[in-house]
Design a protein around this ligand. Structure first.
Ligand SMILES: C[S@@+](CC[C@H](N)C(=O)[O-])C[C@H]1O[C@@H](n2cnc3c(N)ncnc32)[C@H](O)[C@@H]1O
Length: 279
């Protein structure tokens, strides 16, 4: 889920969440994707809303040995950070202007970045793309955009691997009397416009799965919750939820501060992953 930003979708926030994202992604969904491309030696992938490239780092080991990635995001700073983070992550890396060639273990990977706002037109992938990926993106989008994106994928018969789409479930331990009010208000806040029209927010995972199935895709779906124990990420997440609820003004501020600052042992944020191929 995307909204607990320390500051927008800054590289610092994306770095803080990356280990939790990696631990959360559903292994059966990743395996379905890996199995689908297992016979291939080379693959072209486009990652929508790539941020600093965490999808590439998460999926590269499971995909064919030669990979060509296009990272698309409207935030040029995130894409510049992606090239740096990926170069540091690789065993070997060489830059050619805004492109990167890298090797990590047996994987030989080329990376191109594209600064582009795909809110109006989801089909931001270059010709020749064979797999579209997106992590923590679809809950920002409207139901109409999700349907348009699925329709554009369908036109090209493209497979989709979409991970970490918020599913509206939040569970905090120990329970607190304000939990229900906070979660209800937070889910409402998730439906505000993030640049794509009114966001699907907590309905995004279901909305995406329905659109894919309606378009004739075969889907492998699995849960991918963040399970947070006391940590900087848990603190930032609780603060982000409280800040979002504050914006709506529907929960008493003093009580909300007490909810935010309680000693939690666990905070679970529900997401779902899907791998979809045209049947
Ligand atoms: C929650 S972050 C996820 C980043 C990355 N996929 C990850 O999992 O770490 C959402 C990303 O989508 C990008 N984004 C949001 N709206 C966009 C739009 N209309 N066009 C292009 N990128 C967008 C943001 O800049 C941000 O990098």
């Amino acid at each position: 889920m995307e909204c607990f930003a320390v500051s927008g979708f800054s590289p610092a926030w994306l770095a803080l969440r990356e280990p939790a994202d990696k631990a959360a992604r559903n292994p059966a969904v990743l395996t379905a994707c890996a199995d689908f491309f297992a016979a291939r030696s080379e693959l072209s992938i486009c990652d929508l809303g790539a941020g600093t490239g965490s999808s590439l780092r998460a999926f590269a080991d499971r995909l064919p040995d030669r990979q060509h990635w296009t990272l698309v995001d409207h935030d040029a700073d995130n894409l510049a950070a992606a090239l740096q983070v990926l170069a540091a992550w690789a065993d070997e890396a060489s830059h050619q202007s805004t492109d990167l060639t890298l090797r990590r273990g047996r994987k030989h990977i080329t990376v191109q970045t594209r600064v582009h706002d795909f809110a109006r037109e989801p089909a931001a992938w270059p010709d020749g793309t064979e797999l579209v990926t997106a992590s923590a993106l679809f809950d920002l989008a409207s139901a109409a955009w999700i349907e348009k994106c699925v329709s554009a994928l369908t036109d090209k018969q493209l497979p989709l691997l979409a991970t970490l789409t918020f599913d509206g479930k939040i569970h905090s331990e120990p329970p607190h009397p304000l939990d229900e009010a906070v979660v209800t208000a937070f889910c409402l806040h998730q439906t505000t416009d993030k640049g794509f029209g009114p966001a699907a927010g907590p309905q995004a995972a279901s909305c995406l799965e329905r659109a894919l199935e309606k378009a004739g895709y075969a889907t492998t779906i699995g849960e991918s919750p963040w399970v947070l124990t006391p940590s900087e990420l848990l603190h930032a997440t609780a603060t982000g939820i409280a800040d979002a609820v504050t914006e709506l003004g529907s929960v008493d501020a003093v009580k909300l501060a007490a909810w935010r600052d309680q000693q939690r042992t666990r905070l679970v944020i529900g997401h779902r992953d899907v791998f979809a191929v045209k049947a």
